[in-house]
Ligand binder design. Sequence first.
Ligand code: FAD
Length: 262
Amino acid sequence: MLKILVCVKQVPDVDQMRMDPETGNLIRAGVPAILNPLDANALSAAVSVKEEYGGEITLITMGPPNAEAVLRECLAVGADRAVLVTDRAFGNADTLATSYSIVSAAKQVDNFDLIFCGKETLDGATGQMGPQLAERFDAAQVTSASLIREIDEANGTLVVERELESGIETLRVKMPCLFTMEKTNYPVRIPTLKGKMAAKKAAITTFTADDIPGLDRNRIGDPGSPTKVPRMFPPVMPEPGQIIDEGSVEGSVAKLLTLIKE
Ligand code: FAD
């Protein structure tokens, strides 16, 4: 049976987020938290793979306790179980510490054949997590995966399409394999009422730092994060340009020439 892991992140709805121009801090108060949109695409792909080839989908997220909400949302569209990695000791983690923490927890749960991620998140948007997770899982990685064409479980291989600017690339890779997903060829999954009811009651496995044997405390949270962000500030927007439309090409060109001469 295919063991499928989907990595999901709860993110603030950035459309509703502002930055404090004085401190450069993001104002998160009152901003609703949502499932990272590209993680919804990754989950849709995983559910379609499960429907076609069988298997079991495990979700994992690292975040604050209320990140449980996105796990329940994802359980409602067809995942089987969910893992929440949460502890103050994981806080202030950069991507290096986050990928170490997630893989350390995931390895306590199972050995996964397929790992699905979004290409990037709405908030951090580094796009580093997929490649880092693949490295730590010792898995092949296929970025910008758009369609999993066939899976040969007996031989441990699969055929996958990547959508590139120049066209579609088809690859045959060995499992375990990690995909990062942006645009996919899979239908978006909407939770059913039955799914929502079941997800509400589902048990969620929670890992704190103490629950992960052998976890190196120097590699998690703040101590494990070499990335330092000295300052954040909103970009200075250039003056808006002037649109010249005099009703005809000739008129607009004449007006433009006048303005240049002036
Ligand atoms: P990307 O690489 O853009 O994400 C790609 C994919 O990886 C996602 O689509 C998803 O599938 C998966 N993924 C990403 N993050 C997670 C996750 N947490 N769980 C499961 N799957 C995931 N964030 C905080 O919330 N609290 C903090 O205190 C905090 N402190 C930080 C301090 C520093 C110095 C830095 C640099 C970052 C900090 N962050 C903090 C941000 C945090 O490190 C990132 O959100 C996280 O590492 C993921 O990076 P990203 O959002 O760029 O993910």
